[in-house]
Design a protein. Structure first.
Lengths: 296, 317
């Protein structure tokens, strides 16, 4: 058969490279208008977070006794000014950095820690599984807002303590998801085959298990970002997170609470930023879930 | 059935012990001397030692934990440092206020959420579904403390229709079910209901869409059942899970009301927690968290048990 190859079979034909799981998901995402829209908002926010200080029209820390609580649309104050006469637009732009940092870091840390613990529990089984999962059950028994506030309240206000508390809050649910998908994958034939051919535990987890569980855990972790943004800003809103005069949306909302009778719409602006961020991350996470075909 | 209930109960006990341990550890996690807010700065070493002994801080941690837990089981949560009153009395008065708010918010959220979810699931992949789904995304995305502020701005600061804060006329904390008092609850309850509304809408939509795909629904339609008859079957199948989610949401609201209560100065557990944190009133902090967390664990237990009773698939599984 191969001997009588015609010129047409010899000539190079375009061979479709088999699509990988991640490439396929990325293509589906790019065809989804909701995903593209929310992705653009997230991208804009990330650009503000990185380049904010250079994009802001005024110094976000410069206060002015005469320019306090200006309405939206005043000359020199496009979005008004806060209770110390600082430019709102600049503070909202520069505030993206700290707000996103406070919201994203706990989920990122919880993703790494939670996935490691979940893989360990799911793959090792036995008493290691029981020890990890029962500890997780106890932390899971607290409503998340209560646990976050109780921890950061006991530890004391500050950025580090707020990040620590939120990481502790978001780790247990990720451990649960990671443990359950790992337990499912562990029982599959290809893992058994790898073990039979002499691969050690670390290689099996790294090569055979991780690739199959990373997707669902990643999708789940992205669904926590919006909650984390709201909670992190909420801690600052209560006075338990970022401290003045740093621009952070939750803290700005807190200090502007007294201004709701004088400049109500200026006072509501920082919360609108948190809302937009949280919607964008939720929509993006939902699209990611359907693009990667992860069941709830 | 009974064995399922007993198994579930036995499983909850170590969780409750763990929860108590976390609450106990919180105080010792706190940096600095737990007595710092009780003692005057110029207190003699002798006085400090006596107070330390009085609060039991001179003993080892396991000893302290056992005696604290033993007293807590008997209903003694210690004395508030700031007010000098028993923590139990402070917490239970606040729990009543929060429970009232959370229960009404859950009810509103459940009714509207089920409605949105049902409609979305029934007319799935139509514009009605997309609209309802988008609204539920808004519901779960909104920072509720900000929504509270916006509602205060719109209905209180600008128009003066409803009061902005407090739980009764003239700052009174005596409650009555009349409009004079109820109007103080409208804004916080509405704000609070948005979270369970979004979550219940999402759950019910997925449930209804899932049930409608199942074969027995095709069977019912094939036998010529009216659309209303099919609807009743769908409700019956979706109800246990939807009710369970509602129960859990009530628990989340009880524990998570602190931000909303701060916005509206509502005299509940969140408000208490806030003052305990900022006055470094550690017994009060510990007691409030313990009561709220235990409430949540018991509510979880109750929800599981009710769900197991309503849905035989769970207790036999």
């Amino acid at each position: 058969m191969a001997i009588t190859m015609t010129s047409s079979t010899l000539s190079p034909t375009a061979v479709e490279r088999s699509q990988g799981y991640w490439t396929g998901a990325a293509r589906k995402l790019l065809r989804d208008p909701v995903a593209v829209g929310s992705g653009l908002i997230v991208l804009t926010l990330l650009i503000l977070a990185v380049f904010g200080p250079w994009l802001a029209p005024a110094d976000p820390y410069a206060s002015s006794m005469l320019g306090r609580l200006k309405p939206i649309g005043s000359p020199n104050y496009v979005l008004g000014s806060d209770e110390l006469g600082r430019d709102m637009l600049s503070r909202l732009i520069v505030g993206a950095r700290l707000s996103l940092f406070m919201g994203l870091t706990p989920v990122l840390l919880a993703f790494v820690i939670g996935m490691s613990l979940g893989l360990l529990a799911g793959y090792a089984g036995g008493w290691i599984n029981s020890a990890i999962m029962r500890t997780v059950d106890v932390l899971y028994a607290f409503p998340s807002v209560l646990l976050a506030i109780a921890l950061s309240g006991a530890l004391g206000a500050g950025i580090f303590n707020a990040l620590l508390s939120l990481t502790i809050v978001f780790t247990p649910p990720i451990v649960r998801v990671a443990e359950s998908v790992t337990t499912q994958v562990r029982g599959r034939d290809f893992v058994e085959a790898a073990r039979a051919s002499g691969a050690n535990a670390l290689t099996i987890v790294r090569v055979h298990v991780l690739g199959n569980v990373l997707g669902p855990i990643f999708v789940y972790a992205t669904s926590l970002i919006a909650v984390s943004m709201i909670l992190a800003s909420g801690l600052s809103f209560l006075g338990l997170g970022v401290r003045p005069p740093e621009p952070e949306w939750g803290l700005m909302l807190n200090t502007l609470r007294t201004a709701i009778y004088t400049q109500p719409w200026v006072a509501a602006l920082p919360g609108a930023m948190i809302f937009i961020t949280s919607i964008a991350f939720n929509l993006l996470s939902d699209s990611l879930r359907s693009a990667m075909d992860v069941k709830n | 059935m009974l064995s399922y209930l007993i198994r579930r109960l036995v499983y909850a006990l170590p969780i409750m012990l763990g929860v108590a341990l976390v609450c106990f550890a919180l105080v010792h996690l706190a940096p600095g001397d737990p007595l710092v807010s009780v003692l005057p700065p110029d207190a003699s070493a002798e006085l400090a030692a006596r107070i330390r002994q009085l609060y039991g801080f001179d003993r080892s941690y396991p000893e302290q934990f056992v005696s604290w837990l033993w007293r807590a089981i008997q209903g003694d949560l210690g004395t508030s440092i700031a007010t000098g009153r028993p923590v139990r009395d402070e917490v239970f008065r606040a729990v009543g206020n929060t429970l009232r708010l959370a229960a009404i918010a859950t009810l509103i959220g459940f009714i509207l959420g089920s409605l949105f979810g049902f409609v979305a699931g029934y007319f799935r992949n139509t514009w009605i579904d997309r609209l309802a789904s988008f609204l539920s995304v808004l519901g779960v995305s909104v920072p509720h403390y900000w929504l509270g502020m916006v509602l205060v701005i719109a209905l209180s600061a600008l128009t003066g229709i409803l009061p902005a804060s407090g739980a009764g006329p003239g700052g009174s904390d005596r409650w009555a079910w009349d409009w004079e008092h109820m109007r103080f609850m409208v804004l916080p309850a509405l704000t609070m209901s948005v979270i369970p509304m979004g979550i219940i809408a999402r759950t019910v939509r997925a449930l209804v869409a899932d049930i409608l795909e199942q074969e027995f629904v095709i069977g019912l339609r094939a036998r010529g059942l009216t659309e209303f008859g099919v609807f009743l079957h769908v409700v019956k199948n979706a109800a246990p899970t939807a009710l369970a989610v509602m129960g859990l949401q009530l628990g989340y609201l009880l524990g998570g009301s602190i931000l909303i209560e701060t916005v509206f100065s509502w005299p509940g557990t969140g408000f208490l927690l806030n003052s305990a944190i900022f006055q470094r009133d550690l017994p009060l902090l510990q007691g409030t968290i313990l009561v709220l967390a235990m409430f949540f664990v018991l509510l979880n237990l109750l929800v599981d048990m009710v769900q197991g009773t309503l849905d035989p698939r769970i207790s036999r599984g």
